[in-house]
Design a protein. Structure first.
Length: 52
């Protein structure tokens, strides 16, 4: 399991924050909720990568 997630190592070991005000506004303007990246979503992303 460790080898497939090696590519995520840098992201998993740091706190990454992106400026997304423009994206948030576009989503809101078009009636969409902003993405909430939580633990469950992160696990789905990693699992999807491993099981590809």
């Amino acid at each position: 399991m460790h080898k497939p997630i090696e590519v995520f190592k840098e992201y998993l070991n740091t706190s990454v924050r992106f400026e997304d005000r423009n994206t948030q506004k576009l989503l809101t303007d078009h009636g969409h909720e902003p993405l909430q990246m939580d633990q469950a979503m992160l696990e789905r992303i990693v699992e999807g990568f491993i099981n590809r």
